[in-house]
Structure formats: C-alpha cells, structure tokens
Design a protein around this ligand. Structure first.
Ligand code: PLP
Length: 391
C-alpha cells in the first residue's frame, strides 16, 4: 500500500541519511568520528540568553498560546537590530514577522507566493530547503549556477526569458551556505533592480549575516533604496548566538508578502513559545560581545582548516563569512566518492557538494563545528590515509 502523496513521494531520500547510517555503524564499532558535516556548531548558547529563557519561563502569562505573529518585544528587538546594524527602519507591526526558525519561514514562503507550475529561481548550490519547498508546493525550480568563475553569484541575464515570465520568487543567500561567498551592497542593488524589472519577489536568506571575519560587514538587501517594494529578508538567531535548538528566526521587509505569509502561518502554527521569543529579544538587544568572541573562534578554526587543507594540496581562498569551507575535491574522485572514501578510511564526515545541487559536483563542504585540535586531527588522518592529487 502506498499512502504517500505524489508531492511527498517525489522528495529524494534525506541526503544525510546514508552518511548518518554509516556514522552510526562506525560509532558502534568504536571508531572515533569527527563530524564536520553538520551546520550545528559545538559552541554553547551564551549564559545570559539561557538564563533569560529560564526566567521568562517562570511567568505564567508566558506559558499561554503565543501571538502567532510574534510577541511585541521580539519584533521590536528585530527592528532595533536592523536600525543598529544596517540603518534600516522597520515597522515592527507590519514589516517584521517571527518564525519558528528561519527554515520554517523559508519553507512556507514558497506556497505563499507560488502556485502549481510556477518557477522559483534558486542558487545552485544552496540550502536544500529552497528546492524541496518548491517541489512540495508543486512548483518548478530553475537552478542559477554559482561557480568560482562568477564568484558564486548568479548571472541574472542567463535566466531564459520564458522562465522569467513564469517566476514567482527568487532565493538568494549571502554569506552563502555552502559556498561561504559574500557580496557587497552593489550586488543587492543589481538583484533588486532585476526583481523589480521582472516583477519577481526576492527572498534573501541572511542566516549567517553576523558570522563574519576581520573588517567585513555583510550587508542587508534592505539597505538598497526601494528594496522593500520587492524583497524580504530571512534572519535567524541560530548561528549568530548558537541558538539552533531554540527555533527562532524572523522575516522582514515587504508588507504584502509578510501579511500573506502570516495568513498561511496563522492557519498552520501558533507561533513560538513566548519565553523563547523574549530570550531572543534579549539576545538581539543585549551585549554583543558573545558574537565577537564566537566569530574569533570560527576565524581561528577557519585558518587552521585552510592551512591544513593547503598542506595536503587543497587550496581555498579565505572566506569572509559563514563557518563553512567550500573546497574542490582531489583529482580522480567525484564529490560523493571523495566524501565516502574520507569517511570510510578516516572516520571524518564532510558533505558532498552535490547535496546542495548539481553545480556542487567537484566540491565538498567542511563545517567548522568542532574545536581546532579536532580539525588538525581530521586533516592529519586524511593526509595519512588518502592520496591527494590536485590539478
Ligand atoms: C542557509 C541557511 N538558511 C537557513 C537555515 C535555517 O536556520 P534556522 O531554521 O535554524 O533559523 C540554515 C540552517 O542550517 C541555513 O544554512
């Protein structure tokens, strides 16, 4: 018997399922696994945020159904954050919506804007949820290839006009997962002009907006004059404050899109637990030294891993943001062959580039999710066990 809808049936098996199965077997066999596959780093949520969650959980008023658009304190904190970081003024009532993690909003914006058969323009490689949400909405996606040659930025002019005419949404993501590519505001100016010209709303995913290094500051798409006419921006507390388990994010920008998304959401979920929203507001409004500290740790890890990869012949330009390294696979391997060999021979988990779309072939992703000593250990194991030849 098959009870599954065609919509769900068409979704390919979870890409990490095979790796997770192997990981479980190897752990059972007592092998010391170094997991550089997941985007969920080991750094703890700063104590002041956890304490605030505990405190707010004591107030009985906070234990009732939450407001499904987000509590006023959280929406105001997001507006404060945009004013402080980008000089962008947001109306917390109409231009900010709380999400149960940004993934939830990213998945729900697709059926909010896309009818069956419509196209969604998707960076390739990218976060798989853009693609899967499109399939679940019975939409179609058009991959916009991101390559080293185009600095991992889509070539808008290369999108065929017949697809443009049927496109209802474009996703962008900088600093990018998995490529770790970054942009300056002039890229967003081009994107906004393109979106307006073709009447295609833009959803910019800024999950890694505050995970940046040295003097680089990742811009918001909303810094572009008139961006609110066509764009929304998704944000998350998961990465900035190591709050992945809290499940709290937001979407800001175009009022109509936010209103439409809130209609869908109000019939789907009932918002995030109020103490979590209040702890998140506290994180956004409070002392930001934890962000500087964590970025310092990621930068040190980044340097260690880049040096390690270089010592085995794999050269990557130092990223200015995100905690990922997007590296070319050695000669003689496909992405998936390389990742499988590394796992089987060294117990190190990395992610094949093809997990993020066809243009990911020839690459693998390293997540800086473990301490520096373990990164060195991972490289040493690869150096000892695998023959690496780069062209
Ligand atoms: C590019 C990108 N966007 C969004 C998310 C979702 O983050 P969250 O749902 O925790 O806010 C992730 C998580 O890995 C991500 O990598």
């Amino acid at each position: 018997m098959n009870f599954t809808s065609n919509r769900v049936g068409q979704i390919p098996p979870y890409l990490f399922a095979e790796i997770n199965k192997k990981k479980a077997e190897m752990l059972k066999a007592g092998i010391d696994i170094i997991d550089l596959g997941i985007g969920d780093p080991d750094l703890p949520t700063p104590k002041h945020i956890v304490d605030k969650l505990a405190e707010e959980s004591q107030d009985p008023k906070n234990l009732k159904y939450p407001s499904f658009v987000g509590c006023p304190e959280f929406k105001q904190a997001v507006a404060n954050f945009y004013q402080r970081e980008y000089g962008v003024i947001l109306d917390p009532d109409t231009e900010v919506l709380a999400l149960i993690g940004s993934k939830e909003g990213i998945a729900h914006i697709v059926p909010t804007l896309v009818d069956p058969g419509d196209y969604v323009l998707i960076p390739d490689p990218s976060y798989p949820v853009y693609r899967m949400a499109t399939l679940l909405a019975n939409g179609q996606y058009h991959n916009m290839p991101l390559t080293k040659e185009n600095s991992f930025k889509p070539d808008f002019e290369a999108i065929p006009s017949e697809i443009l005419g049927h496109s209802k949404l474009m996703f962008l993501n900088y600093p990018g997962n998995p490529t770790s590519a970054t942009v300056d505001v002039s890229f967003f100016e081009k994107a906004v002009a393109f979106g307006k010209k073709h009447n295609i709303p833009i959803a910019h995913d800024s999950a890694y907006n505050m995970v940046t290094f040295d003097f680089y500051k990742a811009p918001s798409i909303l810094e572009v004059e008139g961006a609110k006419e066509i764009a929304v921006e998704f944000g998350s507390l998961s990465k900035t404050y190591s709050m992945t388990g809290f499940r709290i994010g937001y979407v800001v920008g175009n009022k109509e899109i936010i209103k439409a998304l809130s209609v869908l959401k109000s019939n789907t979920d009932t918002g995030q637990f109020t103490p979590i929203q209040k702890a998140a507001a506290y994180a956004l409004n409070g002392n930001q030294s934890c962000v500087t500290e964590y970025n310092g740790i990621y930068k040190e890890r980044m340097k260690a891993m880049l040096d390690g990869l270089k010592s085995i012949g794999i050269k990557v330009d130092p990223p200015k943001g995100s905690f990922f390294i997007w590296a070319p696979v050695p000669n003689g391997y496909t992405s998936s062959e390389f990742v499988t060999s590394v796992l089987e021979q060294t117990g190190v988990i990395i992610t094949p580039g093809t997990a993020f779309g066809p243009s990911g072939e020839g690459y693998f992703r390293v997540s800086l999710s473990v301490p520096t000593e373990r990164l060195y250990e991972a490289v040493n194991r690869i150096k000892e066990k695998l023959k690496i030849v780069m062209s």
